[in-house]
Design a protein around this ligand. Structure first.
Ligand SMILES: Nc1ncnc2c1ncn2[C@@H]1O[C@H](COP(=O)(O)OP(=O)(O)OP(=O)(O)O)[C@@H](O)[C@H]1O
Ligand SMILES: [Mg+2]
Length: 318
C-alpha cells in the first residue's frame, strides 16, 4: 500500500487532512485535520450542527468528501470501502432493524455480512453478556427497551471483532446508570487493543471516557488534546461558589490574594482562582470578621464546559 512512513502509519488508525464537506451552500466541515492513534478512545465534542456526524460518516465511507484526504487503517474509505468495512464496526441508528427479528438472529445475520467468521459464532453469549443482554437472546427486537436496543446495536457493530469502532452519539437517550455502564464497556473494548471513534455533545462523557477530544464548532476544530490538558490550558482555575444574602462590596472579594476574577449573579458569587484552598481559607476568615453567612459554599473544578465557553464565548448545553 503506502510506500513510505509505514511505521508512523501503523501507529495511526485514522488520519484526516484538510477534510471539506459541503451541503449545497452550507459548509458542514471546513478543512479539518487530525489523527487518531491506534488503541485510543477519540471523541468529537460539539453542539448540534457542528459537523460531527458529517465527519464520522466521511471517515466511515458513507459520505463523499468535497476535499481533503482520509485514511483509515491505511485505506481510502471512498475507493477501498469494501475492504475497509470488513475491519470497522459502525453503530446503527435505532430505526434500522426489523422489528420481528430475535436478538440471536440479528447477531447471526450481521455476522453473515462479513467474510471472516465471527469469533463469537459458537458462543454469542460471550459477546452479549458484557452488554447485559444475555437473557435477551430469544427476545424480539421490538420488545427491547430503548437502552437495550442501543446496546444491541453496539453488539452488532462488534460481531466481526473490528479494529475500529465508530459510535455516533453513543449514549443519547440512556439513563445515567446505563451511560456509565456503556463507558465502562467502551473502555474494555479499548483495553482489548481496539480503537474507538465517537461523537458526543455530553461534556461529561468526553471528559470521563475519551483519551483525546477534538472540540468542533461550525465545522472547525477549535482545540484537540486530552481532557486534562484542555482543562489545564485554562490555567487550572477552579470556581469557588457561594450565596451571600448580606450586603457586601464586590471589591472585597477581588482583593483576596489569588482571586483572578469575581462573577456575581444575584446573590450567588463565583470566585475564580488557581489556588482555591488558599482563597477558601481567606474567604472564611473574612466572612467571620464581617459576620456574613456564606451558604452553599463549594469548589467546582474547571470542566470541558469551561473550555468550550472560553473557546466560543457560548455555553454548550445539553
Ligand atoms: N444531508 C444533509 N443535507 C443538507 N445539510 C445537511 C445534511 N446533513 C447535515 N447537514 C448540515 O450540516 C451541518 C452539520 O451537520 P451534522 O449532522 O454533521 O452535525 P452534528 O454535529 O452531527 O450535529 P448533532 O449534534 O445535531 O448530531 C448542519 O448545519 C446540518 O444542517
Ligand atoms: Mg450528529
Amino acid at each position: 500500500m503506502e510506500g513510505t512512513g509505514n511505521q508512523e502509519a501503523a501507529m495511526k488508525a485514522i488520519s484526516v487532512e484538510g477534510l471539506i464537506k459541503n451541503y449545497s451552500s452550507v459548509r458542514a466541515v471546513d478543512r479539518i485535520d487530525f489523527d487518531v492513534g491506534a488503541g485510543e478512545i477519540f471523541g468529537m465534542l460539539g453542539p448540534n450542527g457542528a459537523g460531527k456526524t458529517t465527519t464520522i460518516e466521511c471517515i466511515e465511507g458513507l459520505r463523499n468528501p468535497d476535499g481533503g484526504t482520509i485514511r483509515v487503517l491505511g485505506l481510502d474509505p471512498q475507493r477501498e470501502g469494501y475492504e475497509l468495512r470488513e475491519r470497522i464496526g459502525v453503530q446503527l441508528q435505532a430505526t434500522a432493524l426489523y422489528e420481528r427479528i430475535r436478538v440471536r438472529e440479528a447477531l447471526k445475520l450481521f455476522a453473515s455480512f462479513y467474510r471472516a467468521r465471527s469469533p463469537w459464532a459458537d458462543d454469542w453469549e460471550k459477546l452479549i453478556e458484557p452488554l447485559g443482554l444475555a437473557d435477551k437472546m430469544s427476545s424480539y427486537y421490538h420488545t427491547l427497551s430503548g437502552g437495550q436496543k442501543q446496546r444491541l446495536h453496539i453488539a452488532l457493530a462488534l460481531v466481526h471483532d473490528p479494529e475500529i469502532l465508530f459510535l455516533d452519539e453513543l449514549t443519547t437517550g440512556l439513563d445515567p446508570q446505563a451511560r456509565r455502564a456503556m463507558w465502562q464497556l467502551i473502555k474494555e473494548i479499548r483495553d482489548r487493543g481496539k480503537t474507538v471513534f465517537l461523537t458526543t455533545h455530553y461534556m461529561e462523557e468526553a471528559e470521563q471516557l475519551c483519551d483525546r477530544v477534538a472540540i468542533l464548532d461550525h465545522g472547525r476544530i477549535l482545540a484537540l488534546d486530552s481532557p486534562a490538558d484542555l482543562i489545564a490550558s485554562l490555567g487550572g482555575e477552579n470556581r469557588i461558589l457561594f450565596t451571600l444574602e448580606d450586603p457586601y462590596d464586590v471589591d472585597c472579594f477581588q482583593e483576596i490574594p489569588h482571586v483572578s476574577r469575581v462573577e456575581r449573579i444575584d446573590s450567588q458569587v463565583a470566585l475564580y482562582s488557581s489556588q482555591s484552598s488558599k482563597v477558601l481559607l481567606e474567604l472564611i476568615k473574612r466572612a467571620d470578621v464581617s459576620g456574613w453567612s456564606l451558604h452553599d459554599l463549594h469548589v467546582q473544578r474547571a470542566t470541558l464546559e469551561d473550555v468550550f465557553l472560553t473557546l466560543t464565548g457560548r455555553a454548550l448545553r445539553e
